[in-house]
Ligand binder design. Sequence first.
Ligand SMILES: C[S@@+](CC[C@H](N)C(=O)[O-])C[C@H]1O[C@@H](n2cnc3c(N)ncnc32)[C@H](O)[C@@H]1O
Length: 243
Amino acid sequence: MTQSNHFDSIADVFNRIWYFSDAYKEFVTTHILEDLSLGSEDILADIGGGTGSFTSRLGYEASLLKAYCIEPSSAMCEEASKLENITPVCSDAHTFVTSNTPFTKMLFKEVIHHLPERGAFWKLLHPILPQGGKMLIITRPKNIAFPFFASAKEVFARHQPSQELIETELKEGGFEIITHLRSHTFTLAKEDWYTMLRHRFMSDLGVFSDEEIEAGIEEIESIYTEETIDIIDNLIFITATKK
Ligand SMILES: C[S@@+](CC[C@H](N)C(=O)[O-])C[C@H]1O[C@@H](n2cnc3c(N)ncnc32)[C@H](O)[C@@H]1O
């Protein structure tokens, strides 16, 4: 079962408007491979895998037995189905977990804030994961460092669960957790950053009208006077293991 969401409207441009430099992809992929101890025996379930670009890269780099890209937006899932080494599953996290599909590792990259009733979800998942199975949650702090306009920062903070809350829910679900805070900075021409904002590259930007986005860009323009802008991406990596 697929659902329509914000990502249907940006699926065709998603890989282009999210600035994934080679250095960024390398940074994220290296940590995912290490944190999940991914290897050729593993079946990976990439929850909210989007267009599948990271699922596919992980599939190749770890020679995974199988890599599922679980994605409820039909337009995003269609993009993922163009990649040869992954299996797209056009459903939400809950439907996948209750489908009796075996897997050993699970990835939630920039998706945790979309999951409803997380506490119940972890409790459902714990008996299904094999002993030693791992999940990795990659998310951002409530106070995002991105050069957003003030109201975008507020909307982001409102929708984003705190690190402490996610950790507590996972522990209550029976998992042992390890958290790493990691940061990656990249520099963009300001026009490229504004293009990302105009495309509402993050779902939290979807609530703003064209006029509000343009006013927000003017606000950023008044603060950042150089031609380029530093994008500081502070990321939280939480590994949860079933002992
Ligand atoms: C910001 S994108 C991240 C895509 C990908 N993980 C990446 O990092 O490139 C978030 C994705 O989560 C998906 N999503 C939203 N609700 C979901 C749910 N309940 N279960 C699984 N995925 C969901 C969205 O459709 C979207 O593609």
